[in-house]
Design a binder for this molecule. Structure first.
Ligand code: BGC
Length: 255
C-alpha cells in the first residue's frame, strides 16, 4: 500500500474530485480526514464506506473560508490520528461570470473558498509540520485555469492563478523545513462543478472536441495522481504544477 498509516486531510472531501481522493487514499492505507462544510450525512456515509473495508477515516466540519476553522481542522486531525502527513487543499467553487457581470459578493466568495482556504490551510498544515518535525506535503487542487483563461469564469481563473503563485512562493519559503507544495491542475472532470456543461449535449460536443483525448476525465484519474504524489515516490517535486488535462491546454485548430 502506497500510503500506509499516513494521515491525509482532504478539504471538500465529500464530493467530486475530493471524494475520489478520499477513497483512493483510503484504499492505499491512509488515515483519512474528510473535511465538509454543509453535508455531515455525505461525509458520514463516506466514513462508513471506508470503515467497512477496514480503512480509517473521520469527518470534520470546517468552513474553509475561515482561517480559524482551518487551524481547528488540522488540530482535530492530529487529535484523531496523532500527526499530519499530507494536506490536500481541494475545496473549490466557480460561478461562471465574466468581468462585466461579477458582483463583489461573487468575487469574494470564490476567492475565499478557493484561494484564501488554500492559503490559510497551508499555513495551518505548515505550522503543524514544523511542530512535529520531518517535513510534510501540501497538494493544491488547482486547475488548468491557474494559467489558461476561461472567459466567462474570471473570478475562478483569478483564484486559481493565485493558488499557482501561492504554491511557488510558499514552497520556496518552506523548503528549508522539508515541506513541499505541489499543484495538481485538472482539465475538465466529470464532477458536480461541471453539471451544467454535462447537461448540455451541444456544450459537451464542443468540449470533447477540444480535448485531444476526446473526453472528460473521471475524478479517479485525478485522484490517482494525488496518491502518487503523496506516496513518497515524488519526493524531489516541489513549487510546481502537475497538469492532468487530456491535452486540452495544448489543443490547436491546426491553422
Ligand atoms: C473548470 C471547468 C472547466 C474545466 C476545463 C475546470 O477547472 O472547473 O468548469 O470545464 O476546467 O476548462
Amino acid at each position: 500500500m502506497l500510503l500506509k498509516d499516513r494521515t491525509i486531510v482532504v478539504t471538500g472531501g465529500n464530493s467530486g474530485i475530493g471524494e475520489a481522493i478520499v477513497l483512493a487514499a483510503a484504499r492505499e492505507g491512509a488515515n483519512v480526514v474528510i473535511d465538509y462544510v454543509a453535508h455531515p450525512d455525505e461525509a458520514a456515509a463516506l466514513v462508513q464506506r471506508i470503515e467497512q473495508v477496514g480503512g480509517r477515516a473521520v469527518g470534520i466540519q470546517a468552513d474553509v473560508s475561515k482561517s480559524k476553522d482551518l487551524h481547528a481542522m488540522v488540530r482535530k486531525a492530529v487529535d484523531a490520528f496523532g500527526r499530519l502527513d499530507v494536506l490536500v487543499n481541494n475545496a473549490g467553487i466557480e460561478n461562471r461570470t465574466g468581468l462585466l457581470d461579477t458582483t463583489e459578493a461573487d468575487f469574494e466568495k470564490v476567492m475565499a473558498v478557493n484561494m484564501k482556504s488554500a492559503f490559510f490551510g497551508s499555513q495551518a498544515a505548515a505550522k503543524q509540520f514544523i511542530a512535529q518535525g520531518g517535513g510534510g506535503l501540501i497538494i493544491n487542487i488547482s486547475s488548468v485555469h491557474e494559467d489558461w483563461p476561461m472567459p466567462g469564469n474570471i473570478a475562478y481563473c483569478v483564484s486559481k492563478g493565485g493558488i499557482r503563485m501561492l504554491t511557488r512562493t510558499a514552497a520556496v519559503e518552506l523548503g528549508e523545513h522539508g515541506i513541499r507544495m505541489i499543484n495538481v491542475a485538472p482539465g475538465a472532470v466529470s464532477t458536480p462543478i461541471n453539471a451544467s456543461t454535462e447537461a448540455d449535449p451541444e456544450k459537451m460536443k464542443r468540449l470533447d472536441a477540444a480535448i485531444p483525448l476526446g473526453r472528460m476525465a473521471d475524478a479517479d484519474e485525478i485522484a490517482d495522481v494525488v496518491v502518487f504524489l503523496a506516496s513518497g515516490k515524488a519526493g524531489y517535486m516541489t513549487a510546481t504544477t502537475v497538469t492532468v488535462d487530456g491535452g486540452i491546454t495544448q489543443g490547436s485548430v491546426g491553422l
